[in-house]
Design a protein around this ligand. Structure first.
Ligand code: GUN
Ligand code: FE
Length: 418
């Protein structure tokens, strides 16, 4: 019994995408790091185990962010009058250049990691920068806070300012070094990160594709975020059938587990390709709106059987907490529905499922409280004097739309209070 932990509260999660599972005033039993079960009455065998009683608080799966840029933390909300390419050139590249100085990383990354922790994003897929010394600071800060993440050293060897691109050889060599240096941690793992097709030569893309297969490392990148970007890719890669086929041709799509952020402007053929089991398309609603990129047809993709996750895309996204991204995903689907009624609205349980269980599946069995899932959880105590009159599920809805990190009173990753 020494490995057993028991928490009590109002337990809510989404086993299935279509509905919330609510267990009012119930016990959740955890063995080491894994969920044993949820009980209304505690079974006799556990009668001597101390219960951590969170009383009226909500216990929910912690959030997972499948697309976020660590260096852009300070940039949130700035320059959002621009569209993607101008925003990259006028703000983002200048900001990322600062990370050539490791002292800048030491200044910024602790705050970024603290913000993830505060907001209950206990796992995330992160773009760092091209600079490995600074990237290692990010890894160290995540480890100090006991958060889980895939961290990517960014690859660029063309179409960026000269001090942000590397030679193809340097980019590959440093990617291998970053992967090797970070292959022994359970919680923090490397991920191959070509920024997007325009910033990579064919040679770089090809070598990264081979690397992902040889070293068994997943991939994250951007796909079809704006119409101008899609046009640019067509000019750069005229022999490829589509933007997706640029990645496919270089073994960066479908061969290894892959995150494709945005994917707003896809052809029918590309939509069919995205159904591949290794592909996670990531919807970043705040970023879509901020950079006037368009809005991904999320429910259309879901109904086609595509795995679609959610990302904050900080700093094009202006909020680091996933509850805001979940609410924005619902709002965006309503706008698309209002313009085209044949596209349905994303339900609240669907949006929550994407931000917890679907996103979590990129990391393994996490994001749900089913038996044998890793116990990754947040305890939410909404202190407002009037919330007593609300049911637990109403309180969760209110937290998603109106709450913030102040309501999160405890965080568990793999069964450990962190
Ligand atoms: N495409 C290439 N780089 C970026 C980036 O940093 N943010 C977003 N939103 N899209 C990109
Ligand atoms: Fe992004």
């Amino acid at each position: 019994m020494k490995d057993i932990k028991i928490l009590k509260g109002n337990i809510i999660f989404t086993k299935n995408i279509k509905s919330f599972e609510v267990h009012e005033n119930s016990y959740i039993v955890i063995n080491k790091n894994i969920v044993v079960g949820i009980f209304k009455q505690l079974p006799e065998i556990y009668k001597d185990v101390k219960v951590t009683d969170y009383n009226d608080a909500l216990i929910i799966p912690s959030f997972v962010d499948l697309h976020i840029h660590a260096p852009q933390y300070l940039q949130m909300g700035i320059g959002l009058n621009l569209e993607l390419i101008d925003w990259l050139n006028q703000y983002t590249f200048k900001n990322e250049k600062l990370f050539s100085d490791v002292n800048h990383a030491k200044k910024v990354y602790p705050h970024f990691v603290e913000a993830l922790y505060e907001n209950g994003t206990l796992r995330s897929c992160i773009f760092a920068t091209i600079h490995n010394k600074s990237n290692q600071i990010l890894v160290e800060e995540l480890a100090k806070k006991k958060l889980s993440a895939y961290v990517g050293k960014v690859n660029m060897d063309q179409n960026a300012p000269s001090n942000l691109i590397q030679t193809t050889e340097d980019s590959i060599r440093e990617t291998i070094e970053f992967i090797e240096e970070n292959s022994n941690s359970e919680l923090i793992k490397p991920i191959i990160t070509p920024r997007f097709a325009p910033s990579c030569t064919r040679d770089l893309l090809k070598q990264l594709g081979n690397l992902s297969i040889d070293m068994k490392v997943p991939i994250q990148t951007h796909l079809a975020e704006t119409k101008n970007e899609v046009k640019w890719v067509k000019q750069l890669f005229p022999d490829c059938k589509s933007y997706s086929h640029v990645y496919k041709k270089h073994k960066l799509y479908c061969n290894s587990k892959t995150i494709m952020a945005h994917a707003i402007h896809l052809t029918k053929k590309e939509i069919n390709l995205a159904k591949h089991e290794n592909v996670y398309i990531v919807h970043c609603p705040n970023s879509n709106m901020n950079l006037t990129s368009g809005v991904m047809p999320l429910t259309h993709y879901l109904d086609k059987g595509i795995k679609v996750g959610l990302g904050s895309d900080v700093g094009a996204g202006h909020k680091i907490g996933m509850q805001d991204t979940i609410a924005s995903a619902i709002q965006c689907s309503k706008i698309r529905h209002a313009i085209n009624p044949s596209e349905r609205i994303l339900s609240e349980s669907e949006a929550f499922y994407l931000g917890t269980k679907l996103n979590g599946s990129f990391f393994g069995k996490t994001g749900s409280f089913e038996q044998d899932y890793l116990f990754d959880a947040l305890v939410i105590k909404d202190e407002h004097p009037l919330v007593d009159s609300l049911k637990p599920l109403e309180r969760l809805q209110r937290f998603i739309y109106c709450g913030d990190s102040r309501s999160i009173i405890a965080r568990y990753l793999e069964g450990q209070l962190i």
